[in-house]
Design a protein around this ligand. Structure first.
Ligand code: SF4
Ligand code: SF4
Length: 273
């Protein structure tokens, strides 16, 4: 026992300084992508062609510049007229950036990726709208103490691991009043990972029904948001089904623990910026 106490004393204070201090992100971290349509080359759609999850849309008038000859008042191709990258689908593999090679798509070290709506995750080069706090009524209920039930709905376990690590001394999630509950009956909401396999949908429904009102839903990872690498697979629901309203989307595959923590703190209005 005494050895354990000495070892613990030697370790000192291990909790990171975030959010008071900026976090140290790993060198290989791929954060918020920047989309610059003005740098697209005419006739190119390499990024969209290489993307494994269909996250990128290249407008037809860039893919095929001849379409501009037939431009109408409602747009050159009658469809999407902007280069877009859907962070809800993105698994941050970086292949589009490499395929482009011209900086029309570039990943940054920006870790603040959580959003309040599915639409906000679709990047077109505008300023990224970060997640907003819950409304005042919800903050009165959840702001000081939020208990979440985690549901792993068929993911690969990486998102779950990055959520789990928030409970360690390094991140110390409990210091913000956020904890995980062993039973949905003791929870204020669900934190869902995985693409929601058909086998898990009933369990997810029952878990949701067991959480008392009012309650919230947090989607963590590309799978939960839109199916991730399993998108289109016949055994999954391509993410959280429409019968659940999501309050916070945290993209990534998996999202870095700091990205998850930042999203949770934004939701509870615990960040100064
Ligand atoms: S980084 Fe995202 S958008 Fe780019 S190719 Fe990979 S999954 Fe597609
Ligand atoms: S989003 Fe990626 S890391 Fe998370 S469960 Fe799905 S495949 Fe795994």
């Amino acid at each position: 026992m005494i050895d354990i106490l000495f070892a613990r004393a030697r370790q000192g204070y291990r909790t990171i300084g975030y959010p008071k201090e900026p976090p140290a992100m790993p060198e290989l971290f791929q954060g918020l992508p920047v989309v610059r349509q003005e740098l697209c080359r005419a006739g190119c759609a390499k990024c969209a062609d290489i993307c494994p999850t269909g996250a990128i849309t290249v407008p037809a008038h860039i893919k095929n510049p001849e379409l501009l000859l037939f431009e109408t008042s409602d747009g050159a191709d009658g469809g999407d007229d902007k280069l877009s990258l859907d962070m809800g689908r993105c698994i941050f593999c970086g292949e589009c950036e490499k395929a482009c090679g011209g900086k029309a798509i570039e990943f940054t070290k920006e870790y603040r990726l959580a959003a309040s709506s599915r639409e906000a995750l679709k990047l077109t080069g505008e300023t990224y709208e970060k997640a907003k706090a819950l409304d005042e009524k919800a903050l009165r209920v959840f702001g000081r103490s939020l208990k979440l039930r985690q549901v792993s709905a068929g993911g690969c376990n990486a998102c779950e691991a990055d959520v789990n690590v928030l409970n360690t001394v390094v991140f110390d999630l409990g210091r913000f009043g956020i904890q995980f509950a062993a039973s949905p009956r003791h929870a204020d909401g669900l934190l869902i990972t995985g693409p929601v396999t058909k086998n898990m949908e009933l369990a997810l429904r029952k878990t949701w029904d067991a959480v008392p009102e009012p309650k919230i839903v947090i989607a963590v990872g590309a799978c939960a948001i839109n199916g991730g690498p399993y998108i289109g697979h016949g055994e999954t629901r391509n993410g959280i089904p429409s019968w659940l309203k999501v309050d916070l989307y945290i993209p990534g595959c998996p999202p870095h623990p700091i990205t998850i923590l930042d999203g949770l703190l934004r939701l509870l209005n615990k960040l100064e910026e």
